[in-house]
Design a protein around this ligand. Sequence first.
Ligand SMILES: Nc1ncnc2c1ncn2[C@@H]1O[C@H](COP(=O)(O)OP(=O)(O)OP(=O)(O)O)[C@@H](O)[C@H]1O
Length: 256
Amino acid sequence: MKLVFDGVTAGYTEVPAVRDVTLAIVPGEFVAVVGPNGSGKSTLLKTVYRALRPRTGAVLIGDDDAWTARHNEVARRVGVLGQDQAGGYDFTAREGVRLGRYPHLGAFDRLTASDEHVVEEALELTGAHEFANRPLSTLSGGERQRVLLARALAQQPQLLVLDEPTNHLDPAHQISALNLVASLGITVIAALHTLDLAARHATTIVALKAGTVAAAGPPAEVLTQAVFRDVFEVDGSVVPDPVDGRPRVLLRELPS
Ligand SMILES: Nc1ncnc2c1ncn2[C@@H]1O[C@H](COP(=O)(O)OP(=O)(O)OP(=O)(O)O)[C@@H](O)[C@H]1O
């Protein structure tokens, strides 16, 4: 599914948190949105999943404006793992994942056997089946994060919006979660803090600085000395991993 930001400005006060963002994301791309704290990553994602309406500009999902299309159509197509999205703590993990099927159901429909199959598959893929019957309130941060990812997958979306999906995850689950979403072949836009993960998993990196796009393109074009310094205020280099040859991002403090 295509995703377009056309001159998007959005925010919470008179000072916008993202300004005049224009990006065209082609179907199947894995876009990592990176940038320092407060640079507007979550705000930009919120304009896609209808948590914050752009003040000016438009967000297009496929050929439809995210904000004027019928809500259910957008909900069906867009899977979301947001920040602080825990909610429903009395649910078990499995019940939480079942919520991912609701956009596909009519008002009085119940989950069918095939819906339940999709739910079980999402639980398995994320490894959340191990604690599927436990209340969400009893899960660790990383376990809950895997349930939220399973819920987004259970929706079988055409576009996945992930706000710091690796938050709370241990190294093995960080890698498996990003491999998993990349393997789906759908369009993914994910706010990521770890540049190394962005370099290894994304097809495109968008670097935000103070709410505007400082650089956008393939990882090798965006993760440059200039961007490390100008956007992140660190020194950095990208080197091939000695084992698999894929990129590794090494960061250092700026020389004083
Ligand atoms: N609900 C809100 N009300 C007012 N200002 C907000 C609100 N949410 C975010 N902001 C401000 O908007 C700006 C962008 O925030 P945003 O959460 O998009 O940044 P981010 O890049 O996701 O940051 P982080 O890396 O810390 O998660 C920040 O200055 C933040 O303080």
